[in-house]
Design a protein around this ligand. Structure first.
Ligand SMILES: Cc1cc2nc3c(=O)[nH]c(=O)nc-3n(C[C@H](O)[C@H](O)[C@H](O)COP(=O)(O)O)c2cc1C
Length: 317
């Protein structure tokens, strides 16, 4: 079997490495995304529940660091997405990644502005639907990932999505070194997206408590919150996340959360982790691969090391 390492989409963007830094609400700032793009990957600014002006500020911060293209991730559960899309278009951003929902209503509009659209998909059905709607690539994200997750693993999801669609498939979830990336290529992916690995970099602006928690995490140190309320997210085990899971049984017997309550809960708890490093009230979103991350490094070194190792594994005769 020969592995195809070319990806016309990435070539068009002038990327040196087929590595995307996945959008991360609060954690994926303009400084991190700018540094990743400048070093030859594709950085993506996470927007979560942010308003337009926060997004514009981070786009400008990324531009101070790089002239290369970067992307903006729109978390479709947010109800500020219209104003966020407007800023993305006004600012001439080149790539939009979407998470936590169906971006169909926005695809034609984004394409009309020459914006590449890459949704994150948790299933074959969603990948097929996105291809039909004309997206440029999909990110097939397994449940090993940090943040909001589906129910399939990367190992099972990626090859099934690869078989189902003809557009490029980018694998996400559970990669932090060249072995994982080489494995993703063996499954048929045309590139990879990582989130957790980029949390532990010099350019990541998350609170030191968060960085240290990633470094300290062992293989079994993440937990999935929101299982019972239909909003699964992988976070590091803390007193808070463990209590949250216990309390979910009580939560489901209460009336459903309003959009405002959900925003306050999610946005607030992630902000508490990223900005304040608050171990009692923060949601420290991170993936299962955190257990393999022991060192804070510059993003350029992270990507160079990973790709050197991946290429050498993939070229083995
Ligand atoms: C702190 C954190 C926040 C995240 N926020 C988002 C988000 O706002 N939108 C999104 O599409 N994905 C989000 N993700 C998922 C990442 O973009 C990426 O797909 C995922 O981290 C890949 O898996 P890995 O963590 O195993 O590398 C987040 C991940 C983390 C760790």
């Amino acid at each position: 079997m020969s592995v195809n390492l070319t990806n016309p989409l990435f070539e068009k963007l002038g990327m040196k490495y087929p590595i995307i830094q996945g959008g991360m609400a609060w954690a994926g700032t303009g400084a991190l995304a700018g540094a990743v793009s400048e070093a030859g990957g594709l950085g993506i600014i996470g927007t979560g529940y942010w308003h337009a002006e926060d997004v514009r500020r981070e786009i400008h911060r990324a531009r101070e660091i790089t002239d290369k293209p970067f992307g903006v991730n729109v978390m479709l559960m947010s109800w500020h997405i219209r104003e966020v899309f407007d800023v993305i278009i006004e600012e001439g951003v080149k790539v939009v990644a979407t998470g936590a929902g169906d971006p169909s209503p926005f695809i034609d509009e984004l394409h009309a502005h020459d914006i590449i659209v890459i949704p994150v998909v948790p299933s074959v059905a969603m990948a097929r639907m996105m291809e039909k709607k004309g997206v440029d690539a999909v990110v097939a994200e397994g449940m090993e990932s940090g943040g909001h997750i589906g129910s399939l693993t990367t190992m099972t999801l990626v090859p099934q999505v690869v078989d189902a669609v003809s557009i490029p498939v980018i694998a996400a979830g559970g990669m932090a070194d060249g072995r994982g990336v080489a494995a993703a290529y063996m499954l048929g992916a045309n590139g990879v997206q990582m989130g957790t690995r980029f949390l532990a970099t010099n350019e990541s602006e998350i609170h030191d408590n968060f960085k240290n928690a990633v470094l300290k995490a062992k293989d079994v140190d993440t937990i999935v919150t929101g299982e019972l309320i239909g909003n699964r997210a992988r976070v590091l085990k803390t007193k808070m996340s463990k209590n949250f899971v216990k309390k979910e049984r009580e939560l489901i017997s209460q009336p459903a959360l309003t959009p405002e309550q959900r925003e306050e809960l999610e946005n607030g708890t992630l902000r508490n982790a990223v900005v304040d490093g608050d171990k009692d009230n923060g949601a420290f979103m991170a993936g299962q691969i955190a257990g393999m991350i022991h060192e804070i490094k510059p993003v350029a070194e992270v990507m160079a090391d990973i790709w050197t190792q991946a290429e050498s594994l993939l070229n083995r005769k």
